[in-house]
Design a protein around this ligand. Structure first.
Ligand code: LFR
Length: 494
């Protein structure tokens, strides 16, 4: 068996990394080459992504590969969902892409349902949960606002496809990322013409629809010259980060749930077919496209976003997560409970103030300082997890034996324990770099080095040791959950 290296670019909404994965002896090993911030750029009343800075970070990673002579077999890029780049008929990027936290879509969903296609029908076609920032509503808002990039777009490429295009010159529309747009029909696996038409678009505005594993092309001569690499192929992986992450869940059989824990917490199950019915509609669950025809039936929960945003505001908090979290754990339990998914936390100018205001408005102790606020965030998240886990159990056709927590958030052992306590299920934590592992494994499959998703999961499970948590303090969490329900009910829960 040959040792093969694959280069993964994993871009999240707050940070990105380039990683080399090596497959040898039935194991996979990761080495992080670069890690960098991905910041929202606020200007002229809007929030943008810096597509050029992200591109440059990829180039930087590739230069390191060349300098160190790492024999990289291919490149794969995954990013957060829904956002896209508009490209003009001269092949130029038309403005930096708007970020999904931009308020231009606020209130637009409701307007869309009134003017274009009803909410029920959009769900029946796509099976995608309603979030104001789904591409469908972003495009609608841009059309209504006369956005100049939208007006002049010859091509619209989702974020990983846009970066793939910058590296190879070829434009594709990768299936998993396209599914996050709320314009794709999971039955036909194509963008839906009626929904496209509702925002004035046709299929030819997008790249060719491809499945994960497809070779997009090879590095352009421009990129080869810049980096010092040869004509390395770029593979469309699961371009949606959550798609790559769930492919990497080290589950041993199908009866598992996952929590992909990063800026967002994505909690769900893997199914063979989309679950689109009255209950899933009511609960606002999504059916995102996965690799090998799998579906991710899940719900978005606001994850580390609150904590990450607060950390930027705290000037006196310890820099290390471990120390900060240890301080939080010295605080009394359940002093203040919030609904992490309340709309007031979507993108407030001060997250600390927003959390304090929530507690004040709901007549609770108003948390002071980083330790109390962190404790409030983690406990509240665990309570929200329990609520969503309850919905999942109601809708799952199989028993859920274990909850796999993957992603950066899986390093928080206190939160892992809280999650096991609140949900009453066994938790297995790890890998931290689930997304990059999935990205790499999909490339390995395209290279013929792994067989299928279960082969990937076996190799990943083989390569690491998972942390194990069992439920504790049942009564305490039961009581807290009762209070959580009262709080969110009084606040008008979503
Ligand atoms: C996670 C993620 C989620 C998606 C959100 C916004 O990084 O991709 O799956 O709902 O970001 O795009």
């Amino acid at each position: 068996e040959s040792n093969k290296c694959f280069f993964a670019v994993d871009l999240g909404a707050t940070s990105g990394r380039t990683i080399v994965g090596t497959l040898a002896g039935g194991k996979v090993n990761l080495e992080e080459l670069t890690r960098f911030d991905n910041n929202l750029i606020e200007t002229g009343g809007h929030f943008y992504w810096d597509i050029y800075a992200l591109y440059n970070e990829i180039i930087k990673g590739l230069k390191l590969v060349a300098q160190r002579n790492i024999p990289v077999a291919s490149i794969g890029i995954d990013t957060w969902g829904v956002d896209f780049v508009c490209i003009g008929d001269d092949g130029a990027i038309l403005r930096n892409p708007l970020a999904y936290r931009d308020p231009h879509t606020f209130g637009k969903m409701e307007e869309y349902f009134g003017n274009e296609v009803s909410k029920e029908e959009v769900y029946r076609i796509t099976g995608i949960q309603f979030m104001n920032f789904n591409s469908l509503f972003q495009l609608y808002a841009m059309k209504r606002d006369g956005n100049s990039a939208f007006k002049n777009a010859e091509k619209i490429l989702f974020m990983p496809d846009a970066l793939g295009w910058m590296l190879t010159g070829n434009a594709v529309c990768e299936y998993t990322i396209a599914s996050t747009s709320q314009m794709l029909d999971p039955r036909t696996k194509q963008l839906d013409e009626k929904l496209l038409a509702s925002v004035g678009l046709t299929r030819d505005k997008f790249g060719t629809m491809v499945k994960p594993g497809h070779c997009i092309g090879t590095l352009t001569e421009e990129v080869q010259k810049m980096t010092g690499l040869g004509a390395i192929p770029v593979i469309a992986v699961a371009g949606h980060d959550t798609g790559s992450a769930v492919a990497a869940v080290p589950a041993k059989d199908e009866n598992f749930a996952y929590l992909s824990s990063g800026t967002w917490s994505l909690m769900g199950i893997e199914t063979k077919n989309a679950i689109i019915n009255d209950v899933s509609y009511e609960r606002n669950f999504t059916n995102e496209g996965g690799i090998e025809g799998t579906t991710r039936f899940l719900k978005n929960i606001c994850g580390m976003w609150l904590y990450e945003r607060c950390r930027k505001e705290w000037t006196d908090a310890p820099k290390s997560h471990t120390e900060l979290i240890a301080e939080a754990m010295k605080q009394p339990a359940f002093q203040s409970i919030i609904n992490p998914d309340d709309s007031m936390f979507a993108n407030p100018s001060s997250m600390v103030d927003a959390i304090r205001q929530y507690c004040r408005e709901t007549g609770q102790h108003v948390p002071e300082g980083y330790a109390e606020i962190s404790r409030c965030i983690f406990e509240s998240l665990a309570l929200r997890y329990r609520q969503v886990f309850g919905y999942l159990k109601e809708m799952s056709s199989f028993p859920i034996d274990v909850l796999h927590i993957i992603g950066g958030g899986s390093l928080n052992n206190y939160l892992n324990q809280f999650t096991s306590n609140s949900t009453g299920v066994e938790v297995l934590a790890g890998p931290q770099e689930g997304t990059a592992l999935g990205n790499i494994m999909i490339q390995a499959k395209a290279a013929g080095d792994v067989k299928d998703i279960w082969d990937m999961r076996r190799i990943i499970a083989n390569s690491l040791s998972l942390k194990h948590f069992v439920p504790q303090d049942k009564e305490l969490w039961e009581e807290a959950y009762g209070r959580y329900l009262t709080v969110i009910d009084n606040k008008g829960a979503c």
